[in-house]
Ligand binder design. Structure first.
Ligand SMILES: [Zn+2]
Length: 277
């Protein structure tokens, strides 16, 4: 198996995996979507009753949205996740009560009129847990309205709730094998121009597939070519695999964690099978 990295940024990865098959790449896709854990807000406590400001002005602790909707929106905010630092609450040495090794606590204190953003969540304790994506709107407060909440984040998995899914838009497609018979084709037609991904390039009277990795198998060039000089086929042993993250974890960390989960599972299977002998 060979892996070429086309793009690897903190929130996006695109790879070409060769000498493989769709089943294998799909196993990676499913694992990074459903099994790689991340932190998300799982509990929100709302202050009830009047909220006072410094000059003793009283605000009503209310917002135009139901508390349930505000909680739901808060739960989807990407929480910076370092998997080395946190345990699952149920497996933590605190016995599930909540401690700095399994829980992050945030406070939010805003008075209207204003828009409450994800960046208004203040981590209690370490500043590096501050929300990076700080302009996600949560709710708009009107005059005399205020919101005072304490929210706790904990580790979970995407298969339990989408708020614990670090990976978004994970998918793969066959890489393209592009054959051009330059004897037939004189690059006189507009097959290069019709390509929506700029895969084909004209070099004098020759046509070249300059960026075959960008091809999405749309076959526009094949349909355009009057002399049937272009053949585009999907290769099931070479796959273009891409995914993004919600920003809570780096794409590379998500992939590495996914692979180690898969490895662990196969190891368990191997141990159980050898015990049968
Ligand atoms: Zn704990």
């Amino acid at each position: 198996m060979k892996i070429d990295v086309l793009e690897m940024t903190p929130t996006k990865a695109e790879l070409v995996i060769s000498d493989t098959n769709p089943t294998f790449v799909n196993a990676i896709r499913r694992t990074i979507v459903a099994d790689v854990p991340k932190m998300a807000i799982n509990n929100v406590e709302f202050h009830l009753g009047p909220i006072m400001d410094e000059s003793n002005k009283a605000y009503e602790s209310i917002s135009p949205l139901f508390d349930e909707i505000v909680s739901h929106r808060l739960s989807l905010v990407p929480i910076p996740t370092d998997l080395e630092q946190f345990n699952f609450r149920s497996e933590c040495s605190c016995g599930g009560e909540g401690c700095p090794s399994c829980t992050i606590m945030y406070s939010l204190n805003k008075k209207g009129p204003c828009t409450v953003y994800s960046g208004d969540l203040e981590p209690v304790g370490s500043e590096h847990l501050k929300i990076k994506d700080d302009l996600i709107p949560i709710v708009k407060l009107a005059e005399d309205q205020a919101l005072l909440v304490y929210a706790t984040a904990e580790l979970g998995r995407g298969k339990d709730h989408a708020k614990w899914q670090a990976t978004v838009g994970a998918g793969y497609r066959y890489a393209a094998d592009i054959e051009i018979e330059n004897g037939k084709c004189d690059a006189g037609c507009s097959c290069a121009e019709i390509c929506p991904k700029d895969v084909l390039v004209k070099d004098g009277r020759k046509l070249k597939a300059e960026h075959p990795e960008k091809c999405n198998l749309c076959n526009s060039c094949v349909e355009m070519c009057e002399v049937e000089a272009i053949k585009v086929t999907g290769n099931p042993s070479k796959l273009n695999f891409r995914f993004e993250t919600d920003g809570s974890m780096a794409a590379k960390d998500v992939l590495l964690k996914g692979l180690s989960i898969l490895e662990e599972r196969f190891e368990q299977l191997r141990e159980q099978l050898s015990a049968l002998e």
